[in-house]
Each structure stands twice: as C-alpha cells, then as structure tokens.
Design a protein around this ligand. Structure first.
Ligand SMILES: Nc1ncnc2c1ncn2[C@@H]1O[C@H](COP(=O)(O)OP(=O)(O)OP(=O)(O)O)[C@@H](O)[C@H]1O
Ligand SMILES: [Mg+2]
Length: 299
C-alpha cells in the first residue's frame, strides 16, 4: 500500500482525484523536508496525514497552497469544474481561488476583530467588488457586503459559534478559536480544506466536537478534507484513509485499522530500532496504545 519509492510510477490512487502530488521533493539547504512524495486524494474523501514531528506534514500543506515551491515533482488540482490545473508554484491567492483553503498549525486569527469579522475576511477574499467599489458604495459592492455578512453568520452557526459573533477573536477560549479558523477557511468556499493540527491544545470534549464538525464539513458541505493531526483517537475516528510521513517520505498508506498495526508506523512513532528484538505482541500491546492516544504535538 505504500506510495513512496523511487520508481516513476503512476499516481497512487486512480479515479476522481481532487489533487495529485507526484514525486515532489522539497529541500531547505541540507534538509529534505519532502523526498519524492507521491500521494493523491479522492474527491469527497477525509484523508489524514500523520507522522512524527518534523516529518514534513506542514511542508506538504505549504507546497499544496503555494507557500513553498518544490524543487522537483508536480502538484495538480482538479476542481469540480473539471479542468485539471498544475498548482505547484502558483501564488497562494491563486490556489485559494481554485478552491483550496487551509487553517494553520498556530492560530492566525485577527485578535482585535470580532468572530464575525474574522469569517468575513475569508468570505470577502473571494469577492471581486474591490476597494474602489467599496469607496464608491457601488450597488454590487453593497449587495456583496450584505451577502458576506449573511454567509459569515451562517458559517459561525455551522461551527457552533453564532453566540460569539460580536466577541473579539482574542477573547474566545482556545477550542472556539480553532473552530473560528475553520469557519474563516470555509468562507472562501473551498472544495478542499487543509486542517493543520486543528485539535492541538483542545480538551477531550472539544476534540469530539471537532470530529463531528469535520464529518459535517465532508458530508453536508461536500468539501474534501485533508487533515494533519497528532491526536490518533481523532484521526482514527474520522479518517477514511491515512498516509504516514516520516523524514519527508511516505512510509505507509491505508485504512485506519491497517495503519494502527503497521510495524513501520509503530517504529516511526516509537523510534524503535530494527535491530531490537520485536515485542511478541507488537501492534497489540503498548505500541498500539501509544498510537491510539498520543496527545498534543507541536502547536
Ligand atoms: N522554511 C523552512 N526553512 C528551513 N527548514 C524548514 C522550513 N520549513 C520546514 N523545514 C524543515 O522541514 C522539516 C519538516 O518540517 P515540517 O514543519 O513540514 O514538519 P511537520 O511534520 O509539520 O512537523 P510538526 O509535527 O512538528 O508540525 C523539518 O526538518 C523542518 O525543520
Ligand atoms: Mg507541522
């Protein structure tokens, strides 16, 4: 099931793919953040990327959103309009217009703005009225402003923050801020939503609510979700498929149950040397527990 490797083979998944990453390599000086990574996501799928700290997960998001340009390989996006576009190296705002939105590993909300205003920023980033239209109060711009208020309110409701619309983002508890970031990202009407450790720093009840929210984003909004997460319980409960990165390489890919038992994955998380004798119940004993419930990770 592994998709890594040096052979220039076809993309791993064949079918209705929303994106394909083909043989992508990204280096920073001597560090290879991504080494010959080939992955793909099916439209509508909840796909999770996991791996230890420094594995290259956020680097992959940065390549998918135009923040980094990989030195080798290519990334293609196929929006539902059907036309496949090469997106590696495109400017982030262009990738966003093609239907890719993301949240960040560390909060990037505008703390001095209200919850509603934060979501409006997302909504308005896709509108074309522009600053001149706003200055001249053109009818089209005014209509867009009303629409964006309504849409932002709907999105706050969708993530369960409607009561918070007039609160400053900086005043919200941590778990609500993470939800607000998701609402803002949804404001751009994405077809693909990238979530970078959305559960980091949240409590168990918030993690449960987040799992439900991710499922609703997929089922009700028909948005494909690519999820980076260290919380294995959350990943195992929502992901339809999991890809594991370690030292910038894909080391495993499969269904949650397969991944939990995969010796290479267990090694990567526990740092077990291959020279050491294997535990008699590898995959069922402590290692499994470890994969079931490590918490946190870098925020
Ligand atoms: N802008 C950069 N400059 C130099 N090195 C970088 C840069 N971005 C990422 N790296 C390096 O690439 C490697 C992968 O980093 P990345 O942030 O993608 O890991 P990650 O899997 O997201 O880790 P974490 O779980 O800790 O968030 C690391 O060695 C990191 O130091
Ligand atoms: Mg990261």
């Amino acid at each position: 099931m592994t998709t890594s490797g040096t052979a220039p083979e076809a993309p791993a998944v064949v079918g209705d793919e929303i994106f394909t990453v083909d043989h992508v390599t990204l280096r920073f000086g001597g560090v290879t953040s991504l080494g010959d990574v080939s992955i793909a996501q099916q439209r509508g799928e909840i796909l999770s990327i996991i791996g230890p700290n420094g594995a290259g997960k956020t680097s992959l998001f940065n390549c998918l959103t135009g923040v980094y340009r990989p030195q080798e390989g290519s990334i293609h996006l196929t929006p539902s309009s059907g036309k496949t576009r090469r997106i590696d190296g495109l400017k982030p705002y262009k990738v966003s217009r093609l239907g890719v939105a993301r949240t960040f590993q560390t909060s990037r909300l505008f703390g001095a703005m209200t919850a509603l205003e934060n979501v409006r920023v997302g909504v308005e980033s896709t509108q074309r009225g522009g600053p001149i239209g706003a200055m001249l109060r053109l009818p089209r711009t005014l209509a867009e402003e009303r629409d964006s208020d309504l849409r932002a309110l709907h999105l706050l409701e969708f993530v369960g923050l409607e009561r918070r619309s007039t609160d400053l983002a900086s005043a919200l508890p941590y778990g609500e801020r993470r939800k607000l970031e998701i609402a803002r990202a949804l404001g751009t009407r994405p077809e693909l939503l990238l979530l970078d450790e959305p559960a980091a720093g949240t409590n168990p009840a918030e993690k449960l609510a987040l799992a439900e929210l991710i499922e609703r984003i997929s089922k009700e909004l028909l948005v494909s979700v690519l999820l980076i997460e260290h919380d294995m319980k959350l990943v195992m409960s929502v992901a339809e498929r999991i890809i594991v990165l370690n030292f910038g390489r894909v080391i495993a890919e499969g269904q949650p149950a397969e991944i939990q038992r995969n010796p290479a994955v267990i090694d990567a998380y526990l740092g077990t040397s291959h020279d050491e004798p294997e535990a008699p119940d590898a995959g069922q004993g402590p290692t499994r527990t470890e994969l079931d419930a490590p918490d946190g990770g870098a925020a």
